[in-house]
Design a protein. Structure first.
Length: 27
């Protein structure tokens, strides 16, 4: 079983943050 790469985790986390906090701007 392959673990997701850090890039994939970061991308997913950013998408989740944007979905839950649309007012928050992540750069």
């Amino acid at each position: 079983v392959k673990l997701p790469d850090k890039d994939e985790i970061t991308s997913a986390a950013q998408e989740i943050y944007r979905f839950m906090q649309p007012s928050a701007q992540l750069t």
